[in-house]
Design a protein around this ligand. Structure first.
Ligand SMILES: [Fe+2]
Ligand SMILES: [Fe+2]
Length: 133
């Protein structure tokens, strides 16, 4: 289930706030897709989610740069891969592909996002904290 919970907290307020918005929005989108088949109403939400994710990734990458986090390149790649998947959903939505297919992808991206927050993001957070950030 795509839902925000306290276990996802990393302890940097700005990042936690952004993560919460991202996960909540992905969850809303997931729920909307299951109940509303009017795909045109979902497009603006997808776009909003993509913009939010792009802004969040930028915030993180800037922080990692600032603190000289050695895993930045790998982390950036992961952000790029999530973004690609999200863009794929948007394109499929444009071509009006069957909704179950899109839901599957959204599920995948949502889980990926959560796993990214739970695992990958913790690596740079630990580094920042050790560096006095
Ligand atoms: Fe993140
Ligand atoms: Fe990240």
């Amino acid at each position: 289930m795509l839902e925000w919970n306290q276990n996802l907290t990393v302890g940097i307020p700005e990042i936690d706030e952004q993560h919460e918005r991202l996960v909540t929005m992905a969850g809303e989108l997931d729920a909307a897709m299951r109940t509303d088949y009017a795909t045109h109403t979902l497009r603006p939400k997808f776009k909003e989610l993509l913009e939010l994710a792009a802004a969040h990734f930028k915030t993180e990458e800037k922080l990692m740069e600032q603190y000289g986090f050695p895993g930045l390149a790998k982390h950036r790649q992961d952000h790029g891969a999530i973004t690609m998947q999200a863009k794929e959903i948007l394109e499929k939505n444009e071509r009006d592909k069957p909704l179950p297919y899109m839901m599957g992808i959204l599920d995948f991206v949502g889980n990926w996002l959560i796993s990214h927050i739970q695992n990958t993001d913790r690596e740079y957070v630990a580094y920042l904290k050790n560096s006095g950030g």
